[in-house]
Write a protein that binds this ligand. Sequence first.
Ligand SMILES: C[S@@+](CC[C@H](N)C(=O)[O-])C[C@H]1O[C@@H](n2cnc3c(N)ncnc32)[C@H](O)[C@@H]1O
Length: 241
Amino acid sequence: MSEWFERWFGEEYLALYPHRDEREAAAALGLVESNLGGLKVARALDLACGAGRHSRLLKERWATTGFDLSAALLARAKAADPDGFYVRGDMRALPFVDHGFDLVVNLFTSFGYFDNDAQHLRVLAEVARVTRRGGKFVLDFLNPDHVRSTLVPKESSDVGGRSVEVRREISPDERFVVKTIASGGEAGDQTFVERVRLFDRMDLETMLEESGFGVEQVLGDYAGGPHSESSPRTIVFAIRE
Ligand SMILES: C[S@@+](CC[C@H](N)C(=O)[O-])C[C@H]1O[C@@H](n2cnc3c(N)ncnc32)[C@H](O)[C@@H]1O
């Protein structure tokens, strides 16, 4: 049985979300760049780069590796940027040497996908291993308070002739937000699940600290606003100790 993220981040994801927001990507990277506190960066890793919208921008500044599990999304990244350097693999076992990156970014809620927290800690241990001492890790994650207070339980839309119904719920144990995406069209009906662990700011800070990072700053949106109960994001800037 494949895991939900192996099924969902493929051709159907690309069909249903054909134009992920490039402006949002530029805003996120503007925020990253202006909060690096003078860090000297030569090599950057875009961890879970998807179709490469951030990697393309990172590459304008630094030697950048885009890394993702999805062959379909990586093919899209490569098509948009044939000179880009993209690697396929699982974030729980990074195929990179120790301390090789000055900066690692994980953007747009590309964390919290596993059943158990030992695997999330495994990811952070891998990020710590590939980041040089004094290098930085930027983790851009959802804000569970904001997710709970703004949850839209059901939404229907039409995407390029396909009917799409999205249902969202908090799992009974309150640990996950679960999105069920049902699409219908010529190719037939398909259902996908997206399930993200509701880590709050303290959870992330604790896990990062246990993994060898010091948390420097936590922001709440791509404009650089403060983190609070109502901010949409939890954007953690951490330094490898
Ligand atoms: C929400 S998308 C975000 C992609 C990209 N960061 C962006 O903002 O456009 C999450 C990404 O995580 C990738 N992913 C999921 N599980 C992964 C894993 N175990 N290892 C590596 N990448 C994974 C997916 O393939 C997908 O591209």
